[in-house]
Each structure stands twice: as C-alpha cells, then as structure tokens.
Design a protein around this ligand. Structure first.
Ligand SMILES: Nc1ncnc2c1ncn2[C@@H]1O[C@H](COP(=O)(O)OP(=O)(O)OP(=O)(O)O)[C@@H](O)[C@H]1O
Length: 309
C-alpha cells in the first residue's frame, strides 16, 4: 500500500506538487495522469526518497522509502529509463542489481526473458539501446527483486504498440497476483484500459480521481445523443423537464445521462431510434479538467512562410 498524505513540493515560489493525498491499494493498478509538467515525476521522486517533500509524507507499507530494508525487494522503481550507466551492458546492469539485492544470478536470466531482451541485446552497451529497449531493461530492473509495489514513470514511453500491449498484460497480471502498481502517463488511452483507479493531476493538484465510470459519472457524463421517431415531441418533453439540447445530425445532443433520456421517452411514450452516450467522454473530460495546464493552442500558429515545393 502506498499512502500519500498532504504532499507538497515547492521550488522557490513555484509549487510543483500542491497538497495532494491518495492511496494505492494492493491488487490494483493506479493510473497517474496529467499533462506535461503537472507534477507526476516530482511526486514519484518524493515517493522513492530522491526529492525531499516540502510538506506532507509518503509511506510504502507504512514506512518511508529510506527506512525500507533492501528496498528493491519491496518496491520496484522505474523513473527514467535513460538514467542507467550508458557504458554497461543490460546484463551487467541487472547483474549488479541482483548482487546488491542478494538475489541468485538466475533472476537476471529470468528478467531478460520476461522483457524479451535476447542474448545479443543483453550484451550490448546501454548507450546503444533504443528507447524501447531501455524501457524494457528498466522494467526488468524494477521487477528484479520480486517487489510487491511498482512505481513506474511513463513506462510505455518508447515502446511500440506490441510492447505497450505486452506491458499492459504484465502489469495487469502483476496486480491480479496482489501487487500494487502506480503508473504515470500523459496519455489517457495508455492507462485507461488497465487502471482500476485513475488520478488526474494538473498544476500540482489532483483535479479528479476514481474509476473510469466514476470519473464520467462525476462529470455528469458527456451527454447523450438521441434520435426519436417524432423529434418534435422529444423536444417538447425535454423542454418540459428543463433538459437542454442542441440539434446534431438527425437528432440531438442532450445534457443528461442516456438512462434518464430513456426513462423520459418511456414515460411520454416516445419511440427512440437511437440512444447512446457521447463518445470520447473520458478524453474530453481529461482535457477539460487539465485545460488550464495545456500548452498547445494551434489557433495562433502562423502559416508557414517558405515557398511551396
Ligand atoms: N528541480 C526543479 N527545480 C525547479 N522546478 C522543477 C524542478 N523539478 C521539477 N520542476 C518543475 O515542477 C513541475 C512539475 O514537473 P514534473 O517533472 O513533476 O512534471 P510531470 O507531470 O512529470 O511532467 P511530464 O509529463 O512532462 O514528465 C514542472 O513545472 C517542472 O519544471
């Protein structure tokens, strides 16, 4: 169990992480989501004792990270896959890790096989690894000591689509066996498929949390698309209930949950020919909740000035 309580990290006048609290439970994958610079890495660095907290604390299994004996046997950490010694081979990195943790050398072979780094690749220096290979080595290193908690910062970074799917399966299986996983990403679709719980962070603050369903429900959903056999009667019924609606395609986008629109149509005996939630709800919600921290506004991008080729 990871417990974060009132965690704040200031850099001078700048508050990188602002009074956040959450727990990550055994048997679950928690997705830590937020745009660039939201405070995810800073939070994870504090968790593993690399950055001191300004206020608040983090405990893992009831202990501060630096009080955990032989921490690699309990907490697997991957913060920066490129932070390994570039002159060592992947095999050497894992061998040193295994020696430090007092593990049998067979563990190195097991981990290399798990992350699909073959014999030739494992004997190559890390400086010659692709980003995806570094990420695989980082995951192998995090899992080396068979820990019960995993803290992974953007582990899917650099993995190809098959690699991302492989990692999802790996982490899901790990959590199903009772492990605790905290996994950061700035990409919603990377985590929404495996995260049991999601934490959305923007400008150092947690702006939303819960399961995918809870997040959507908490935001009132993204609305409903509905088409009736007789749209005029549907409009009259919606107006009577004070439910706002805008024309879309053959029907309307309605500011209510599908179940409520369905109930209304049954009450008023209005035949519906289409009823569905507005798609892309979670993505919209994510962008909306973190909108003041987004950097990308293409509207002001000037047209290219170079002569057309
Ligand atoms: N040592 C530091 N000194 C000053 N500011 C820092 C320091 N470390 C982090 N920050 C700032 O804190 C904020 C949060 O950074 P952090 O790396 O935690 O974001 P992040 O959510 O992990 O972003 P990304 O998705 O881009 O990795 C950023 O504005 C960053 O510039």
């Amino acid at each position: 169990m990871i417990k974060v309580e009132g965690l704040t990290r200031d850099y001078g006048n700048f508050v990188a992480v602002d009074d956040i609290s959450f727990t990550c439970k055994p048997g679950t994958v928690t997705g830590f989501l937020g745009p660039n610079g939201a405070g995810k890495t800073t939070t994870m660095r504090v968790m593993v004792g690399l950055t001191p907290a300004t206020r608040g604390e983090v405990t893992i299994g009831g202990l501060h990270f630096h009080d955990i004996p032989n921490p690699g046997r309990h907490v697997g950490v991957l913060l920066d896959a490129s932070a390994q010694h570039a002159g060592r081979t992947g095999r050497e990195v894992l061998t040193l890790g295994a020696r430090t943790m007092g593990l049998p050398m067979s563990r190195v072979e097991e981990m290399l096989a798990l992350v699909a780094l073959d014999d030739t690749e494992s004997r190559r220096r890390v400086r010659n690894y692709s980003l995806g290979m570094r990420q695989r080595l980082g995951i192998a290193h995090a899992l080396l000591g068979d820990p019960s908690v995993l803290i992974l910062d953007e582990p899917a970074n650099g993995l190809d689509p098959a690699g991302i799917r492989w990692m999802r399966g790996l982490l899901k299986g790990y959590a199903d066996r009772g492990g605790t996983v905290l996994l950061s990403s700035h990409l919603l679709n990377e985590v929404e498929q495996i995260a049991d719980e999601m934490l959305l962070i923007g400008r150092g603050k947690i702006v939303a949390r819960g399961t995918k369903a809870e997040l959507l429900a908490g935001a009132g959903g993204a609305g409903t698309l509905v088409v009736a056999e007789d749209n005029d009667r549907l409009v009259a019924a919606l107006d009577e209930r004070g439910i706002s609606h805008t024309p879309v395609g053959l029907g309307f986008r309605v500011d209510a949950q599908p179940v409520d629109v369905g109930r209304l149509s049954v009450e008023k005996s209005i035949v519906l020919t289409d009823l569905r939630p507005v798609e892309g709800g979670l993505e919209d919600l994510f962008l909306e909740l973190t909108s003041d921290t987004q950097r990308d506004d293409l509207a002001h991008l000037p047209a290219p000035t170079g002569a057309p080729l």
